[in-house]
Design a protein around this ligand. Structure first.
Ligand code: GLU
Length: 498
């Protein structure tokens, strides 16, 4: 017999009153984009309402356990600023927050559901009775459905292995309401008597989520739309227990293109991959929020949101039903906007490891290099190749000195470098103003545009047609001695090319 006192005690513990949402990842070892978006929406719903955000680890599928996977979840949430109020590491009123530590609860609730007539013991040797087994789509009527309680008890007492299955009504329909997808009705005959408790005593996801969401007082169940088709069975479970049904918020799929969902198997990037590819957490978060949610009314056109703005703007009504396509170009656009808007010291700190991949010479100041890059970088991983000429001048072709727009040619470039070399050598200080002044003075003496003078200097200093920063900035960072030596090499190259 179910221990009704124990059940009443659990009921009494359930926090009530405010909004309570949970992010319930399975520890797979990485955070895919769809999961991150679910976490964001779940957190935003709680924060918008001044409610509670809970982290629950769904680790009942022992086949999928990965070393260190829970740490990936903590790390990602912390990096993204998604702080949780309750969870395995911080505790809370309805602990534990790890499903395998809640094992005993599911057994008790499953047995109670059997007594209430909405589940039954099944002793059949069916594929889905063991972990990882497939669900049969149209189940045969299970012979164990008809066992009397006494028969089932006798077989359990004899030590026969069993699972507990949900007893789905054979007739009628089940309707549930989703905040995004509206009312959905299905024929009960299409629903299978799914396994709730496996032979190993652990629950299936489909059972555990209902028990836990109830025991934890969850008011809004936010998850991917792949769970929509199971929602009628969850409703029947809530009804079977006599529990109130939470609000469902199923989020549309995140797609790689028109036809395919994003998936790790198809090497679509996870959150960690995007960070490794040089994207900033804040840009990823901002972009991912907009995959499937749009701001409305006076902020309908706004793209860049601070965390506080998101908290106040986020509403369930803005979540779309249609799948969202993850567009890498769009993410780049967000990333460069975030990079440009960063305080320079912050950008310098973030960029430094990338700068030092290319520029090992400690004489070249990382802060000055960062200042060159900030307005010209879309993703951090582009940085090293932009700076590859600092440590050593690359071998370059004299043809680079010829540039139509700047009106430069080989003889003119030679003349410019020859004229500037002694002026640069004579400069008492090597500051940007003096460098700029020297070149502008020379340009006005020649009666030409500054570009005609700056172009050959920049080529001689960098050996590249495209560089972050112009002649003044590059010369300034390289210092007087190195700049003069590079200009001398430019002169030699041009002399050889005449
Ligand atoms: N553990 C499930 C997953 O990672 C969570 C689904 C839910 O949020 O209910 O997909």
């Amino acid at each position: 017999m179910a221990d009704l006192n124990w059940i009443m005690e659990q009921e009494a513990k359930i926090p009530r009153g405010g909004v309570r949402t949970r992010f319930a990842p399975s520890p797979t070892g990485y955070m895919h984009v769809g999961n991150l978006r679910t976490a964001l929406y779940t957190w935003l719903i709680a924060r918008h309402a001044g409610g509670t955000f809970i982290l629950r680890i769904e680790d009942t599928d022992q086949n999928r356990q990965v070393e260190g996977a829970v740490d990936v979840i903590y790390k990602t949430l912390a990096e993204c600023g998604l702080d949780h109020d309750e969870g395995p590491d911080v505790g809370g009123p309805v602990a534990p927050y790890i499903q395998t530590e809640r094992r005993g609860f599911y057994q008790k609730y499953a047995e109670w559901l059997v007594e209430r007539g909405h589940a039954y013991y099944c002793f059949c040797d069916r594929a889905d009775s063991v972990e990882g087994g497939a669900f049969s789509e149209t189940p045969p009527t299970d012979p164990c459905r008809a066992l009397t309680p006494e028969e089932a008890d006798a077989r359990r007492a004899a030590g026969e292995p069993y699972v507990i299955r949900q007893r789905i009504p054979r007739e009628g329909t089940t309707t549930f309401h989703d905040e995004v997808f509206g009312n959905i009705t299905v024929e009960n005959a299409t629903l299978d008597d799914q396994v709730l408790l496996k032979q190993d005593g652990l629950p299936t996801y489909n059972f555990a989520n209902v028990v836990d969401d109830h025991m934890m007082g969850i008011t809004h169940v936010v998850r991917g739309s792949e769970y929509l088709s199971s929602a009628p069975k969850y409703n029947l479970l809530y009804e079977g227990f006599g529990w109130p049904i939470p609000r469902y918020v199923h989020c549309p799929a995140v797609m790689r293109d028109q036809h395919n969902k994003m998936s790790k198997r198809h090497v679509d990037p996870s959150y960690e991959d995007l960070i490794a590819q040089g994207y900033l957490t804040d840009a990823v978060v901002n972009y991912v929020v907009l995959l499937g949610w749009s701001p409305r009314r006076e902020i309908a056109e706004q793209e860049i949101f601070s965390r506080e703005e998101l908290i106040s703007a986020f509403d369930l009504g803005g979540i779309s039903k249609s799948p969202a396509i993850f567009d890498m170009e769009k993410l780049r656009h967000f990333n460069s906007a975030y990079i440009r808007a960063m305080p320079p010291e912050r950008f310098a700190a973030v960029a430094e490891p990338y700068i030092r991949q290319a520029v090992k010479n400690p004489a070249y100041d990382a802060g000055a290099l960062a200042a060159l890059l900030q307005q010209r970088t879309e993703v951090l991983t582009e940085i090293p190749e932009k700076l590859d000429f600092f440590d050593a001048l690359p071998d370059y072709d004299a043809a680079l000195f010829v540039h139509k727009k700047s009106r430069t040619d080989l003889p003119g470039s030679l003349e410019t470098l020859r004229a500037l070399a002694p002026r640069f050598a004579a400069l008492p200080g090597w500051d940007a103003d003096a460098l700029s002044q020297t070149m502008c003075d020379y340009a006005s003496e020649c009666g030409c545009k500054n570009a005609k003078i700056m172009w050959p200097v920049r080529i001689a200093l960098s050996g590249k047609a495209v560089t972050p920063g112009g002649a003044v900035e590059i010369a300034h960072i390289l210092g007087q001695e190195e700049s003069l030596s590079r200009i001398a090499r430019g002169i030699e190259k041009l002399e050889g090319a005449q």
